[in-house]
Design a protein around this ligand. Structure first.
Ligand code: EPU
Length: 440
């Protein structure tokens, strides 16, 4: 097991001094799905622009336990993750690994459609409210599979009938559900129509790549996706999957720059995927310039003020729940009162206790709503006290709070930050932040 590590961060005491360039990595929430899709292929696939985050390593370990061969390959120009899942030994997903990462459930779709059965535990992952998988099970059953509930596992079987195309209406828009059923339908018999689908850009990028390798998926990026199944014929790897830039990582750096940056250039991102965030920040008075693949945030060093605003998280293209904690932290620096409403997950406000200890004026109105009154100077927590990363995104939010504050902060539990952000301390240092990783 990895030793426990913490960040030590020297606060900027409200000064906006970070400057330089940040390069955005490929999206972990896209590449994890492309990795799962390896099971649909008759040979090795190549993945490009893969972030080397802990979640990618966990997915790699899960696939290896199933019998896949995985390794990095480098040419003079590019680095690929190569996955050969053409010879699967088992359809039982490892319990411990699956319980450490919710995205493991996405593998169940490709495995079920390729092999006719799959067994897996209730998936774990970030503690951000109850995260059921009822919609996956319901959809598999509609495609002809049977579910046998074990003591602490699900066994899904479609050996007799195989998966059959059908129409599935998702009761709510689910990112993982949309991707998983889309992939399950690729090898199924006949046409599957998925309705009320999630529309995230990560789904579109995976669908386009699968199509380039022989799948027939129409409508990804809209609420209705139609898939003509291949009746078991595996896909042929024809071209690498190029991971779409991580809009949540880019958004996290944009928010950080809005409150701590003097002049930060965020490159290799897709501003078009972040319209909800960029438009809110522009309207509140933050100086943001966007190009096709970059965002530049520039601040007047003297003025700390920008207008308070309300946020309601929403499925894409609305404001992402994965930027909720970062925006609440930012709003502690706004002039006036803001309300942030979380529509996707209940219980994603645990981190506000740490912000309150730093002096933020935040009231949790109910499990889905917080009110922030700004502007407050954030201060160091008491001698001997620590801050904590509660989940991947709240971890980044607490890093922003520590940078905003006066004095030095210690943030524990940073393995959660490592799940989604590669070498965060290195990238913050390059912008001029004082941050180091220690064993604790
Ligand atoms: N839901 C159900 N039943 C289901 C499936 C989902 O009730 O069978 C509910 C969830 O409980 C939630 C809502 O549907 O209330 C939406 O959840 P969704 O399925 O869309 O989330 P997910 O696929 O599990 C992905 C991202 C999350 C991100 C959400 C929402 C990955 C690996 N994870 O999760 O990312 O918050 O979509 O955008 O793609 C993160 O990266 O830090 C992270 C948590």
């Amino acid at each position: 097991m990895k030793p426990k590590e913490s960040f030590i961060i020297q606060g900027l005491a409200g000064k906006k001094s970070l400057k330089g360039k940040v390069t955005i990595n490929g999206a972990k929430n896209a590449v994890l799905k492309a990795m799962s899709a390896s099971v649909l292929f008759n040979g090795p696939i190549l993945l490009e622009n893969v972030p080397n985050t802990e979640d990618v390593k966990t997915m790699q370990a899960i696939l290896e336990k199933l019998g896949a061969k995985i390794g990095w390959e480098e040419t003079s120009e590019k680095k690929y993750l190569k996955i050969d899942a053409s010879k699967i030994k088992t359809t039982k997903i490892d319990n411990d690994l699956a319980q450490s990462m919710r995205a493991s459930v996405v593998l169940t779709g490709p495995l079920l459609s390729r092999c006719g059965n799959v067994s897996f535990p209730s998936p774990g992952g970030c503690v951000i409210g109850s995260r059921p998988i009822d919609l996956f099970i319901k959809a598999y059953e509609k495609m002809g599979a049977k579910t046998i509930l074990g003591k602490d596992s699900y066994n899904i079987d479609a050996n007799k009938t195989g998966l059959n195309g059908t129409t599935i209406f998702f009761d709510l828009q689910t990112v993982g559900g949309t991707e998983t059923l889309m992939m399950a339908a690729v090898l199924a018999k006949g046409k599957t129509i998925l309705k009320n689908c999630a529309m995230e850009p990560e789904i579109v990028s995976v669908a386009e790549w699968l199509n380039s390798c022989g799948a027939d998926i129409v409508g990804a990026g809209t609420t209705t996706i139609e898939i003509n199944g291949t009746s078991g014929k595996l896909l042929t790897p024809k071209m690498p999957y190029v991971t779409v830039p991580d809009r949540i990582e880019a958004g996290s750096f944009i928010i950080l720059s809005a409150v701590c940056g003097e002049d930060v250039y965020i490159e290799k991102c897709v501003p078009e995927h972040m319209e909800a965030l960029i438009s809110l920040l522009k309207d509140s008075g933050i100086n943001i310039e966007t190009g096709k693949d970059y965002v530049r945030v520039r601040n007047n060093k003297v003025s700390n003020s920008f207008k308070a605003f309300n946020v309601r998280t929403h499925e894409y293209p609305g404001f992402p729940t994965d930027l909720q904690a970062q925006i609440v932290t930012m709003l502690t620096q706004a002039q006036g009162e803001s309300v942030v409403f979380e529509t996707i997950f209940e219980g994603r406000f645990k981190y506000t206790e740490d912000l309150q200890r730093m002096g933020a004026n935040i009231t949790v109105m109910n499990p889905r709503e917080v009110m922030i009154k700004g502007r407050t100077d954030l201060k160091q927590v008491h001698e001997g006290e620590e801050l904590r990363a509660h989940d991947i995104r709240a971890g980044f939010a607490i890093v922003i709070a520590a940078l905003l504050s006066q004095g030095q902060s210690k943030i524990t539990n940073i393995h959660l930050i490592d799940r989604g952000y590669e070498e965060l301390e290195k990238r913050l240092k390059s912008l001029g932040a004082e941050i180091r990783r220690i064993s604790s």
